[in-house]
Design a protein around this ligand. Structure first.
Ligand code: GLN
Length: 204
């Protein structure tokens, strides 16, 4: 029996939900399945469209898109309330990072799960999309930035996982993780696997 399977003794399986309200979430779906397979974890990946979908999840991923729109829809559907009530780990990428923050430079509905202030479209519109090498978990990583935000302030207990050009672009806080870039557009499962470990820590 593998280590992971052993760790899961007594737990039927874990369920990771991908928020599916706006934008294309299929890449997150695929890389989450790949990460769970790599880790040999019995699991299900679900698309989350309603508050009751959230109740089936042990952890959730919020992808890129338009954070103002996703935020409004999360309120309207009751998904926001359910996430906050259930207190499950959440991973957010790009717009998902914005939604996890406590503060942005704009008036919008936020989950407020990571003690940080985020600057939306922080890398400027003229450089709205770019790829560059960053460093994370002590190794190189392909950062894909699309109208990406950056973190301008963090609370004391927020762990900075990566910076790019002196700007914070990946953080962890409690069991939550947020990246300004798009790990789902790479083949690299390290960030998803990091999040899945956080989910496992919560279900054990
Ligand atoms: N700038 C967008 C926002 O603030 C995020 C862009 C993205 O997710 N690719 O919602």
């Amino acid at each position: 029996m593998s280590t992971q399977a052993h760790r899961l003794e007594g737990i039927e399986m874990i369920r990771i939900g991908i928020l599916d309200l706006q934008g294309d979430v299929s890449e997150h779906f695929k890389i989450t399945e790949k990460s769970l397979k790599n880790m040999n974890i019995e699991s299900q990946v679900l698309k989350v469209k309603t508050a009751s979908d959230v109740s089936a999840c042990d952890g959730m991923i919020i992808s890129g898109g338009e954070s103002t729109v996703i935020g409004k829809l999360m309120e309207k559907t009751g998904i926001k309330k359910e996430i906050l009530t259930k207190k499950i780990p959440v991973m957010g990428t790009c717009a998902g990072m914005v939604l996890l923050s406590t503060k942005t430079d704009y008036e919008q509905s936020l989950l407020g799960l990571i003690d940080m202030k985020v600057k939306r479209n922080g890398f400027g519109r003229q450089r709205s999309s770019f790829e560059d090498e960053i460093e994370i978990f002590g190794g190189k990583y392909k950062g894909i930035f699309i109208r990406a935000p950056y973190v301008s302030e963090v609370g004391d207990d927020v762990e900075i996982l990566a910076s790019y050009q002196d700007k914070i672009v990946a953080v962890a806080f409690g069991n939550h993780i947020a990246t300004a870039f798009h790990p789902e557009l790479t083949d690299d499962t390290r960030i998803h696997e990091y999040f899945i470990k956080e989910v496992l820590n919560c279900v054990e």
